[in-house]
Design a protein around this ligand. Structure first.
Ligand code: NAP
Length: 316
């Protein structure tokens, strides 16, 4: 195995993203020492039971002492507090990064609190699931997914390259973007789909009890595909909505206009318009499969559920 990329990596926050990083760092031998910090004693103890790190503390300042790379993986609304707590203990020359789903707000919270002698490079791995906590992570999470950096003006190119190499060794492809552009792109590819899912599942939940049981029973006809997104972590998504407000409201306005136009087409029996839209959207899914960001298995690869024996055979 090649020499570790960093002597010591500190992971602040050890949920889905932090624990997936811990696992891939270990598998790839990317750190001489993995220091873990999380807010609660219960999560820290679980990380210890899972053997995710080499040292553990509920005090993030202890974890970052002497670390060459610090990765902050907490809900975006907690970024400022964490920056404040770690700032006095950071090693000069350390790289400090985050994984938050919004970038403008994380930069506004962290940059003023961090010392000038560290390299602060905001980042966002575009990889995840609806699960949370240290048990939900897995080393393959970042494989063939994008990690987007939103470097600040004056970022040291060598530090950016070292962080890029780290994420490449975690399996990701890397890209850079302006923070505002990142927040606009993510509003449409991630934030809006989650909000739509929360909304439709919420609407179903508000229906009368008898209808609700039918929603569950007949969910395989489409509804259940929204429920995966709507099962995502409430704290994380509350923070995303509050911290990417402008871009989300802009995308929601466009979405509402388009929905009204679709509603009109249905009302007036405009079959041509409906057919044209549904043809265009089908092509988008084809492009996603061609880009390697989805598999071409029908029904999201879930036949194993309806025909367990077939599912088992196809895995062999
Ligand atoms: P998670 O599984 O819920 O884990 C959150 C971690 O942050 C836990 O260690 C938790 O500590 C800690 N934490 C929670 N509230 C905190 C607070 N107020 N102050 C300090 N620490 C706090 O979350 P995750 O899915 O890994 O998400 C972490 C970050 O990654 C978020 O910023 C999210 O936007 C971003 N992200 C998530 C995904 C995804 O699909 N989940 C994808 C890309 C990026 P305790 O358990 O000890 O309280």
């Amino acid at each position: 195995m090649p020499a570790p990329l960093f002597d010591k990596i500190a992971l602040i926050g050890i949920g889905l993203i932090g624990s997936s990083l811990a696992r891939v760092i270990r598998r790839e031998g990317l750190a001489g020492h993995i220091a873990i910090s999380t807010r609660s004693a219960a999560t820290l103890a679980r990380a210890g039971e899972l053997g995710l790190g080499d040292s553990y503390s509920t005090d993030p300042a202890i974890a970052v002492a002497g670390a060459d790379l610090v990765v902050v993986s907490v809900p975006v609304g907690a970024s400022g507090e964490v920056a404040e707590a770690i700032a006095p203990a950071l090693k000069p020359g350390a790289i400090v990064t985050d994984v938050g789903s919004t970038k403008g707000s994380v930069i506004a919270q962290m940059q003023p609190r961090l010392p000038a002698n560290v390299h602060f490079i905001p980042g966002h791995p575009l990889a995840g699931t609806e699960k949370s906590g240290p048990d939900s992570g897995f080393a393959e999470l970042f494989e063939n997914r994008w990690c987007v950096f939103t470097p600040l003006p004056g970022t040291d190119p060598a530090a950016l390259e070292k962080l890029s190499e780290f994420w490449r060794r975690c399996g990701s492809n890397v890209d850079t973007m302006d923070p505002d552009h990142h927040d606009m792109v993510l509003a449409i590819v991630s934030h809006l789909p989650h909000i739509i899912a929360y909304n439709i599942v919420g609407t179903a939940d508000d229906l009368q009890t008898v209808t609700k049981s039918e929603v569950i029973k007949y969910s395989a006809s489409g509804f259940r595909d929204f429920t995966r997104l709507a099962a995502s972590d409430p704290t994380m998504w509350r923070d995303v909505c509050l911290h990417n407000k402008d871009a989300i409201l802009e995308m929601l306005a466009r979405f509402s206009e388009d929905l009204a136009s679709l509603q009109r087409a249905i009302r007036w029996g405009d079959g041509e318009k409906l057919f044209d839209l549904f043809t265009r959207t089908r092509a988008i899914r084809r492009s996603i499969i061609e880009a390697g960001q989805e598999v071409d298995a029908p029904d999201f690869g879930r036949q194993g559920l309806a025909h367990p024996e077939k599912g088992a055979a196809s895995k062999a």
